[in-house]
Design a binder for this molecule. Structure first.
Ligand SMILES: *Cc1c(COP(=O)(O)O)cnc(C)c1O
Length: 231
């Protein structure tokens, strides 16, 4: 049995290889280790192995771990669906939010981001065809939402995020990633500062990297199989 730290090393090697194969500079893909449902001790072990970015989906358990690991100065990414009654906790304790898909949620995060912290880094979640969740704006509504978010001073819009449904054939699995890349390219005509494509998980991150992912979100391939979510 390998440990989470050993699996992290193996994933990092695969990321570097995928970067090479797609002719992308070494280090152009950032890894968010998705620690939802896993313990603070497991996160600490990975932090000691050099991992800095961690992704959480459930605010309650995330806040316990963030508090327990405060000494490490980790970078926390909120990647779950965002309910309005959770925005204050997210705005206060996270550096990034990946799943913004409504103006109202963005406005609350903007109002509630504490003034002593840097702006909250935000990705707009897009519901590309076959998306595995109900979250996300349809691609044709992305620019409308972005137009509102770029005027919010306590948010810094970085790019797009998506969660495609699992592909049934390897050759199909790149299509949604390509769609997201092309959408970002279109939006960059109006907002050249957009630089982030948050896409790719344990089972498809190499395809996502081939299509330009800049942040991949990997949980089970590092931590092991997840127990059922506690919500
Ligand atoms: C859980 C989750 C992941 C990680 O999924 P794995 O298949 O375990 O790598 C990535 N992104 C989001 C939004 C998630 O909720």
């Amino acid at each position: 049995m390998s440990s989470p730290a050993e699996r992290l090393m193996a994933i990092q090697a695969r990321i570097r290889e995928a970067e090479r194969q797609s002719g992308r500079p070494e280090g152009s893909v950032g890894l968010v280790a998705v620690s939802k449902t896993f313990t603070a001790e497991a996160i600490r072990e990975l932090a000691e192995a050099g991992q800095r970015r961690f992704g959480e989906s459930y605010l309650g358990e995330a806040l316990e771990k963030i508090e327990a690991l405060r000494d490490l100065g980790l970078e926390w990414h909120f990647i779950g669906p965002i309910q309005s009654n959770k925005t204050r906790g997210i705005a206060t304790h996270f550096a990034w939010v990946h799943g913004v898909d409504r103006v109202r949620i963005a406005a609350r995060l903007n109002e509630q981001r504490p003034p002593d912290l840097p702006p909250l880094q935000v990705c707009v979640q897009i519901n590309i065809s076959g998306e595995a969740t109900k979250s996300g704006v349809p691609p044709e509504e992305a620019s409308g939402l972005i137009r509102e978010i770029v005027d919010m001073p306590r948010l810094r819009l970085r790019g797009l995020m998506a969660i495609p449904a699992p592909a049934t054939e390897v050759h199909e699995s790149r299509a949604p990633f390509r769609q997201l890349r092309e959408l970002l390219l279109e939006l960059k005509a109006d907002w050249p500062g957009l630089d982030t494509l948050s896409m790719g998980m344990s089972d498809d991150f190499e395809e996502a990297i081939a299509e330009g992912a800049t942040l991949i979100r990997i949980g089970s391939a590092i931590f092991g199989a997840r127990p059922p979510a506690r919500g």
